[in-house]
Ligand binder design. Structure first.
Ligand code: NAD
Ligand code: MN
Length: 355
């Protein structure tokens, strides 16, 4: 039987709550499918681990994860550990160490969800944001000097390489080509950022020549926010830098109803290393331990993981079960409902049993 090895890292805050819910749903799916098995191993890495050991994961953490086919990740971030420590110590360490350069963030308004945009428009949202995930503003280049003195200086350098930009463009064009509308929008800020962003513009034009069947257009990132709000139906696939796409995808998530719904895949498209699947939200300090975290983004991420593992039928069945539950408006409070994480999880498991 086909077996896929999954490393599960709940991390911090509501991360472990939603990952456990996700594993329960995956278990129900697999039991019923019968065509494949998931071999899941859990890793208790994160801020708790950091408090005990001074590290977010063991020194050989990446070597351990290398043996897996995929990583299922919750969130990191704690109130008593600096955010740059938690982020760089675990999530970015994995993304960069495993060259997960393509971050894929689909946005749709799921059935039953009343998203803010529906209030003043019938326009639907069906987007995929492709975030460059290995360089740009989050490459970690920079220094601080003269600490604490009035002349203190900090640099935060964005790195854009021809190799890095070309591969994310090709990835974005390929993805856009596989969708019905075949439209790719390049999002930059090449009026103000006249080196790296102009390189993005140039490489986009070059790569576009190989994809004559994909329509293209360009936006500056600030204008892109207004287009997302005012003309959402005019967008299909967007490609943007690490920082820009990070911000745009939180906006996209909010426009689709809640941050708690949105999934993401951090892909190593060459499959030299495992890819990582996670909800886009963070630790959500305000709701930790209350049992009301929305697990839908984590379930949708599991569907993306199955798709990546080649289990397309199982991925579609899971998406159909998620949509059956949102259609029935079994919602956690962030979506205006009264359901708990547990109730949404059980509803999805029950919906799976009916298909
Ligand atoms: P957040 O996503 O944790 O929370 C923002 C708001 O959205 C909160 O009100 C929260 O309750 C709500 N929310 C988020 N996920 C939800 C869910 N599943 N169900 C219901 N409500 C949900 O963002 P933040 O407050 O900016 O960050 C908190 C911590 O998380 C910080 O330490 C930050 O660094 C970290 N963070 C981590 C990641 C990650 O691991 N990928 C992403 C974003 C933030
Ligand atoms: Mn983010």
């Amino acid at each position: 039987m086909r077996t896929h090895k999954i490393a599960a890292i709940g991390g911090d805050g509501i991360g472990p709550e939603v990952i456990e819910a996700g594993l329960e749903v995956l278990d129900a799916l697999v039991t019923q499918d019968g065509g494949f098995r998931l071999e899941v191993e859990r890793f208790p890495w994160g801020s708790g681990f950091y408090r005990q050991t001074g590290r977010m994961m063991p020194e050989d953490g990446l070597d351990t994860l290398k043996r897996f086919d995929a990583i299922y990740f919750g969130a990191v971030g704690a109130q008593d550990v600096p955010d740059h420590v938690t982020l760089w110590g675990l999530r970015l360490a994995i993304c960069q160490g495993f060259d997960q350069y393509a971050n894929v963030r689909p946005t749709r308004i799921l059935p039953g969800v009343s998203a803010p945009l529906k209030l003043h428009s019938d326009a639907d949202i069906d987007w995929v944001i492709i975030r460059e995930n290995s360089e740009g503003e989050y490459s970690g280049q920079g220094r601080r000097s003269h600490r604490g003195l009035p002349e203190e200086v900090a640099t935060e350098v964005s790195i854009f390489t021809r190799a890095g930009v070309s591969r994310i463009m090709r990835f974005a064009f390929e993805l856009a080509r596989g969708r019905p509308r075949r439209l790719l929008t390049l999002i930059t800020k090449s009026n103000a950022q006249r080196h790296g962003m102009v390189l993005w513009d140039e490489i986009f034009e070059e790569v576009a020549r190989d994809y004559p069947d994909v329509g293209t257009d360009r936006m500056l990132v600030d204008a892109a926010t207004t287009r997302m709000v005012l003309k959402p139906q005019s967008l299909d696939v967007m490609v943007a830098t690490n920082l820009h796409a990070d911000i745009l995808s939180d906006l996209a998530a909010a426009l689709s109803g809640s941050l708690g719904i949105a999934p993401t895949a951090n892909l190593n498209p060459a499959r030299r290393f495992p890819s990582m699947f996670e909800p886009i939200h963070g630790s959500a300090f305000d709701i930790v331990g209350k049992g009301i975290a929305n697990p839908i983004g984590t379930f949708w991420s599991a569907a993306m993981m199955l798709d990546h593992l080649g289990e397309r039928a199982a991925a579609s069945r899971l998406m159909a079960a998620i949509e059956a539950v949102t259609r029935a408006r079994v919602f956690t409070p962030d979506l205006g409902g009264k359901a708990t994480t547990r109730e949404v999880t059980q509803a999805v498991c029950a919906a799976l049993a009916h298909r």
